[in-house]
Design a binder for this molecule. Sequence first.
Ligand code: 5AD
Length: 345
Amino acid sequence: MTLADKLIKEHTLTKEEYIELLNHWGDPELKEKLRMEANRLRRQYYGDGIFVRGLIEFTNICKNNCYYCGIRRENANVKRYRLTKEEILECCDYGYELGFRTFVLQGGEDGYYTDEKVVDLVSTIKKKYPDCAVTLSIGEKTYESYKAYREVGADRYLLRHETACEAHYNMLHPDNMKLSTRLQCLRNLKTLGYQTGAGFMVGSPNQTMSTIADDLVFLQELKPEMVGIGPFIPHHDTCFANEPAGSVDFTLFLLSVIRIMLPKVLLPATTALGTMDEHGREKGILHGANVIMPNLSPLKNRKQYELYDNKICTGEEAADSIKSLEKRVATVGCHIVYGRGDYAG
Ligand code: 5AD
C-alpha cells in the first residue's frame, strides 16, 4: 500500500511517513489522488456548500512582536486603530443584513480589550443575534479568561499554533513567547468546549518538511474542529521582509492532506491564499477547503490590518465582495451557505 493509500484509509501517518509523503508532493499523480479524495470528503460531509464567516478585525494594537507579522509591536510604521464597541456592533448589523450568521472577532493582543470588555462584547452580540455564532481570535489568554468568554456564549476560537516544532517556533517569535504556552491554550480551548482552530503558515522562514510533519502529527493529536493554513507572505516592515513567500501549490497539497486527516474539519480557503493567486480560494475549495472569511471591517481601517504585503479585499465593501464570492464559488460547482456553519460533529 502506498503512503497516499494509507492516509486515505487510516487518516493518519507517522511523522516519518509524513516526511516521506511531503517529499513527494510535486508528483502530479500523488497530488491529484489526494486532491480528489479531499474534494470527495468535503462533499460527503458538507455537500457543495461553502460556509462564510464575517471577519471583523477590531484592533491592530498588539503587545507581541512575532517576527513575521506586519502588526507586530515594534513596527512603528503601522497606523494603529481600535474599533469601539459601537463600531463593532455596526459591523455585525451590516453583516447580519448581508446574511452572515458567524462573526469572527479578530485582533492583536490589545490590553485595552480586558476580559470585562470582551465578555461585554460577546454577550451583547449573542443577545442581539442569538442565531449567530461568535468566533474569537484574540490570542493567548488564561484558562479563566477563555472560560469567561465561553460562559457568555463564545462558540469558537482561532489560535494558530504557527509551528509545532519548538526550535522553529523560537525562530519565528521572540523569547517571551513559548510554544508550550500556545499548545496549552489550545488544549484549554478544547476542554472548554470551543470549536477550536489551530493552523500554521506554509513556507514560513526555516520551515522544513520535518517541521510540517510535526504540524500534521500535532493536528492529528489535537483534533481541532478548524484548521487555518495559508502561504507565508513577507511584510516589508518585518525581520522577514526579504524572505521568499510560501508556495500556493504546496499550500493546496497540504489542504488536501489536512482534509483527509480530519475529514469533517472546517477548513478555510484563506485570504493569504487568495492574495498569492487570483484564483487561490477557488483552488482551495477544489483541494478540500469549505470555508471563506470575507472582511466586514470598516473600509477605512482595512489597510491598517496588514499582516503581510498586498493583502486582498482591502478596498471593497463586504456586500460587493460577497457578490463576487458567490460567482467565484459557482465556478467550482459550489454555493455559499448562510447559516452558522458548525462543525459536522
Ligand atoms: N504571512 C502570512 N500569514 C501571516 N500571519 C501573520 N503574519 C503573516 C504573514 N506575514 C498569519 C499568522 C496568524 C494569522 C492571524 O495570520 O499565522 O496566526
